[in-house]
Design a protein around this ligand. Structure first.
Ligand code: SAM
Length: 244
């Protein structure tokens, strides 16, 4: 069964981004699958340039951290003004509010599915040392991390999240079949893939894949997926840690 949401006439999935660098978008999202889907209206993208809401002649968006320390922190009042402006469009108020942050809950295929099935996301891309905590509370942002490392800004993280969601929107990937056997579906990594030429640098495609026996092929793929997962990601086989 496909894991995609089945409504055909839902409004485009919406990605709204609060950023200091709107010119970074759509960037890679404007290419290939996500780019074609954007062009054909399956999803929409808009950016709110937070600099516009900055303070003073220099449109300052950041200030020194309370309590001292290195770096700068993005101001709550500036971010709130940008959020409120974005949410003047009623459609944007329905979106899942997410601050991309290394402190956040880890993005997983399960959370991607949930976000892709909803109306879309309002993403806050931080810069500097991050954002004033109070705006996260006051404007009800949840925090999502794309992995245990620190990027210099939330824009790339926003692109990762959007790309992962967009490919699950019905109609973006032609045959829903190709989503079904992917890594993380059924809690496994994907089996190895091969294509022509049949022999390459002395390496051949496993015989079973050339046998035409679909039952044996399916069984081989399942075994390979199990073995790979056991070696590389045993945590995925542990029901307690699955989809955390
Ligand atoms: N001082 C912050 C900390 O230690 O948690 C890191 C700030 S980082 C230099 C600047 C911005 O990049 C963050 O506000 C966040 O939006 C984004 N960012 C960095 N790493 C990220 C990650 N792993 N996942 C999502 N966003 C990330």
């Amino acid at each position: 069964m496909s894991n995609q949401p089945d409504s055909n006439d839902r409004p485009p999935w919406q990605a709204s981004i609060l950023t200091l660098f709107p010119e970074m978008f759509p960037g890679p999202l404007g290419r290939s699958l996500s780019g074609q889907a954007l062009e054909s209206g399956l999803w929409s993208l808009d950016c709110t340039a937070m600099r516009k809401f900055g303070k003073g002649r220099h449109r300052q968006v950041d200030d020194t951290p309370a309590g001292g320390g290195a770096g700068m922190v993005m101001r709550a009042d500036v971010i709130a003004a940008a959020v409120d402006h974005a949410c003047e469009n009623e459609d944007t108020t329905r979106l899942a509010r997410i601050y991309l942050s290394p402190r956040g809950t880890r993005l997983t295929q399960q959370s991607v599915k949930e976000l892709a099935a909803g109306p879309g996301v309002l993403l806050l891309a931080g810069r500097f040392e991050g954002v004033d905590e109070r705006v996260l509370e006051a404007r009800e942002f949840r925090e999502i991390s794309i992995g245990d490392y620190v990027l210099s800004g939330g824009e790339l993280a926003a692109m990762v999240l959007i790309d992962a969601c967009v490919r699950l929107i019905p109609g973006v990937i032609g045959a829903s079949e190709s989503l079904q056997h992917e890594s993380f579906e059924g809690g496994l990594l994907e089996h190895p893939q091969y294509t022509r030429p049949r022999n390459w640098e002395g390496r051949s495609i496993p015989d079973v894949l050339l046998s035409g026996d679909h039952g044996r092929i399916a069984q081989w793929r399942e075994q390979q997926a199990q073995a790979l997962t056991k070696t590389r990601r045993p945590d995925l086989l542990d029901p307690k840690s699955r989809d955390k």
